[in-house]
Design a binder for this molecule. Structure first.
Ligand code: MG
Length: 244
């Protein structure tokens, strides 16, 4: 094992495809809900075009050379999406309703497996737990944590939307380490995304466990010189053997 669990004080989890599944299955449901509300206001959208825009939006924070790692602004990207699909500007009321639909479908679709609660319960007795998510809507993450009851386990929740920068930028990592009052080398980050979690976590000096339980929708390529995770696991339940 690449780290000694005796020196670990905190375990920080990514959210989508780490604590809860958010693979193509969930993405398709979210895209369909968005298509429905768009249709209600503007007519049937070109679904292929819509899903291409959504894929592009998901990758936008990581694009550019060097990338800025700036989180999307939901109002900005939703307005641009409507302009691109229909060639018109949404009214403030239409925009509010579309953002509401995005929020509601996300909260409705996010679910955690029963074993996750047991695992977090055991880990919380020994470690400070945190949640560090790349998502353009902090309220949607917090509402889904409240609805699933997962919020009970996390002493700190940091969402990219709140700090305006996504992992792998150091700011989200420094923010949650500060919140949990631990040093980077006293923390383990568990995540599925090669760039955001593995590269971001290692660059910030954390120990990193890469989870390959679900398919990651925003596939970001490996580059020469990339850090390797300290440990790779296939199921979240393997954290038991690793940390307890
Ligand atoms: Mg993830």
């Amino acid at each position: 094992m690449a780290f000694d669990k005796k020196s670990i004080r905190a375990v920080i989890f990514d959210y989508g495809n780490t604590v809860v599944e958010f693979s193509r299955t969930q993405v398709v449901v979210c895209d369909a809900a968005l298509a429905d509300v768009l249709e209600k206001h503007f007519g049937k959208p070109d679904f292929e075009k819509l899903s291409a825009i959504r894929d592009r939006n998901r990758l936008a924070p990581y694009a550019g050379d060097p990338p800025l790692y700036r989180e999307n602004d939901l109002v900005e990207i939703t307005t641009a999406m409507i302009q691109e699909l229909y060639g018109l500007d949404p009214s403030p009321e239409q925009l509010a309703e579309i953002l509401r639909a995005r929020f509601e479908v996300f909260v409705r679709i996010v679910r955690a497996e029963p074993e996750v609660y047991d695992l977090l319960d055991r880990l919380a007795q020994r470690y400070r737990l945190g949640l560090l998510s790349n998502y353009p809507d902090g309220d949607a993450i917090r509402e889904s944590l409240a609805k699933t009851g997962l919020d009970a386990y996390f002493k700190s929740v940091v969402v990219s939307a709140d700090v305006h920068l996504v992992k792998p930028h150091p700011v989200p990592f420094l923010t949650i380490l500060d919140d949990l009052r631990v040093l980077a080398d006293q923390a383990v980050l568990v995540g599925d995304n090669w760039v955001a979690d593995v590269q971001g976590g290692k660059r910030a000096g954390l120990n990193v466990v890469m989870l390959r339980q679900w398919e990651t929708p925003e596939k970001l390529p490996r580059k020469p010189g990339d850090f390797e995770p300290d440990v790779t696991i296939g199921k979240l339940a393997e954290l038991d053997a690793l940390l307890l």
